[in-house]
Design a binder for this molecule. Structure first.
Ligand code: HEM
Length: 70
């Protein structure tokens, strides 16, 4: 379905961009953002690509952002 493909692409691009920002320490966040920075630090470009692709392929029905859960 065209919509699914667009959603997948948007998600993949967003995740890749955010992981790159976390990896280089450019992405801030809440008081626990340093955990994400630490987790992303050891990732290669290929790791980031694979993670973004994998998570973008998951069903999105119950997805909530960090902000929505607070
Ligand atoms: C050991 C693994 C991980 C740890 C410890 C971790 C930890 C965290 C924490 C604490 C935050 C909140 C940061 C903040 O807003 O201040 C966060 C956010 C985030 N994480 Fe992770 N994470 C992990 C794995 C992943 C993976 C595998 C992905 C992507 C595939 C990912 C993508 C993100 C994104 C995009 C945000 C921002 C969410 C938002 O703004 O709503 N994280 N992570």
């Amino acid at each position: 379905m065209v919509e699914d493909k667009a959603r997948f692409e948007a998600s993949r691009r967003t995740l890749e961009a955010q992981l790159h920002l976390f990896r280089t320490g450019q992405r801030g966040g809440c008081d626990r953002a340093h955990l994400m920075t630490k987790a992303a630090r050891g990732l290669s470009d290929r790791n980031i690509e694979a993670l973004a692709t994998f998570f973008s392929n998951l069903p999105h029905d119950n997805a909530t952002s960090t902000a929505e859960r607070r």
